[in-house]
Design a protein around this ligand. Structure first.
Ligand code: B12
Length: 475
């Protein structure tokens, strides 16, 4: 009999991400190791009926993962359906969003338990209690309901990564195979980050603590992934891969020895000439860089990015990358609290400079989305952000939909101007002719900075959503 169904609802309607759903696989691997019967559902790949067929087998528990945005609404729908099928099944909501807003989430009628932060040990203890029929009062790291009363148990310390079984198991392998085919297998060598960027979940979720697995454990997991999946390409999904440079060098040695090409995210100020060369020689082919802004004031006073030389650190990074075969994905964030029109123009100027300096640069402008519990959240509320009060309202907070329409315009205009890689994937071959006129118009708008009245936007949005839909149907 199934003890637990773990669900990863579809995270976005138009994202091509096919990476493994580590949020539930880590938990499932621990449950499997402890002898529980686990089934997995990934909303991106499984038949929509699978989750309900599994719920009808009456598992002890249905655990659903959610981050802020689209995934949250889908999570709510599944939890409601679970209760409609069998109100006796214990429903658990976990993930980044419920960890940041546990009280709002536990007040959802269809949620019995909210798991705060890491779920591996919490779920083992919870399932043991459900099996024995005992009270949940001694399970650390949860909020739960006793009748009409909400009870918050003791906080659970963050897990030691060396104690966690690898998320690739016999049952998760089929999802890993999809990721492998798409070149999107992800591995984590550490979690958390010691920096204090005011928009990031890390300051609240990980208490700005960086925790790493030992190099031996990393090597073991890497070996398992490469031998089981036959991959020659991997993504290091750490929040901060460069926190310990000696360790990163060790990781580079391991990746090079395996002949893997790889991708990661890294802070711009870490990208010295030596480090950039080291990554290049070790097979790194792309890095995601949180540039955020071209204004020193925004970087230091609003975000607190902790760059010693402000925007100059970003320029140095772009110059160093331009001498290598690594492609940088430079991510800007517009609409941060107190950002002026002039400062936004500074970001656009920096983007132009990067595009000229580093020919392989890919550049995206996202709209700042205020996430609960973060330092900049209060500043956003002081401006004009209306605090969402329900799961439905939170599900509409995304990185492309601006509170100010002009910001949303910039997301599409910069995308069509600088993300030819994305456009050619979405509109392959002759299909490119549909979007071509809008690409030309967007480049002209970018150059002339005419971003206020973007009358083509509804058409562009329509074409992109159609392209994403037809691509997912083809696949
Ligand atoms: C990979 C990723 C994605 C992928 C996911 C698909 C995939 N699997 O490849 C994609 C690209 C789709 C994605 C999209 C988005 N993402 Co994202 N993403 C991440 C990233 C980088 C890693 C997630 C991960 O695998 N973590 C590792 C696992 C092990 O950690 P975890 O998820 O926290 O899970 C643990 C606990 O939370 C808990 N847990 C999790 N689920 C559950 C469920 C149960 C039942 C229980 C008990 C416990 C539990 O236990 C787990 C194990 O310890 C994170 C950053 C991060 N470090 O988490 C951002 C992050 C999760 N994303 C975020 C967001 C907001 C988004 C968007 C929704 C943004 C938006 N609003 O538009 C978009 C989706 C829309 C779009 N246009 O693309 C935010 C979430 C913030 C928040 N407040 O929720 C993060 C934290 C990034 C950030 N720095 O702010 N994302």
């Amino acid at each position: 009999m199934t003890d637990c169904v773990l669900v990863y609802p579809i995270p976005s309607k138009d994202s091509p991400a096919k990476g493994p759903a580590l949020s539930i696989f880590y938990i499932g691997a621990m449950l499997e190791k402890k002898g529980f019967e686990v089934e997995y559902v990934d909303g991106r790949f499984d038949n929509p009926n699978r989750v309900f067929d599994l719920i009808k087998t009456n598992p002890l528990c249905v655990g659903v993962s959610a981050m802020t945005g689209v995934q949250l609404l889908e999570a709510q729908r599944i939890l409601k359906q679970t209760k409609a099928i069998n109100p006796e099944i214990c429903t658990v909501l976990g993930g980044v969003h419920p960890s940041l807003l546990p009280y709002q989430c536990i007040n959802e009628e269809s949620v019995d338990v909210v798991c705060v932060r890491d779920g591996e040990y919490t779920m083992v203890e919870l399932l043991n209690k459900l099996k024995s029929g005992d009270s949940l009062e001694s399970v650390d790291g949860i909020l739960w309901k006793e009748g009409a009363k909400v009870i918050q148990n003791k906080e659970r310390p963050l897990s030691n990564l060396d104690d966690l079984p690898t998320p690739l198991t016999k049952k998760t392998k089929r999802y890993y195979k999809v990721a492998a085919e798409a070149g999107q297998v992800r591995i984590l060598s550490s979690r958390g980050c010691p920096h204090k960027c005011g928009f990031c979940f890390n300051q609240v979720y990980n208490f700005r603590r960086w925790r790493a697995m030992s190099i031996e454990k990393f090597e073991e997991e890497l070996q398992l992934l490469t031998s089981e999946l036959g991959i020659d390409n991997i993504i290091l999904g750490d929040d901060n891969i460069g926190k310990n440079m000696g360790r990163l060098q060790h990781i580079c040695d391991l990746l090079r020895a395996k002949g893997l090409t790889w991708h990661t995210g890294i802070r711009c100020d870490y990208m010295s000439e030596d480090l950039t060369r080291m990554l290049d020689e070790a097979g790194c082919r792309s890095v995601f860089l949180g540039v955020e802004s071209g204004s020193d004031r925004i970087l230091s006073d609003i975000i607190d990015k902790q760059y010693q030389n402000g925007v100059d650190d970003i320029r140095t990074c772009a110059k160093n990358l331009s001498k290598t075969s690594i492609s940088g994905m430079y991510s800007f964030m517009c609409g941060t609290p107190t950002e002026t029109r002039q400062e936004l123009k500074m970001s656009m100027q920096l983007a132009d400079w990067i595009a000229k300096t580093d020919k392989k640069a890919r550049i995206s402008f996202y709209v700042y989305a205020p996430y609960p519990g973060t330092r900049m959240y209060q500043a956003a509320i002081r401006e004009e952000f209306i605090e969402p009060k329900t799961i439905e309202e939170w599900s509409r907070v995304t990185l492309s939909s601006g509170r100010v329409p002009m910001m949303e315009n910039l997301y599409y205009i910069s995308g069509l101007t600088f993300r030819k890689d994305k456009t050619s994937k979405n509109f392959p071959g002759w299909k490119r002719s549909f979007i071509k006129p809008f690409e030309l118009a967007a480049s002209w708008r970018w150059r002339t900075r005419l971003i206020n009245h973007y009358w083509e936007k509804p058409l562009v949005k329509y074409l992109i959503s159609r392209a994403a839909l037809s691509k997912s149907m083809e696949e």
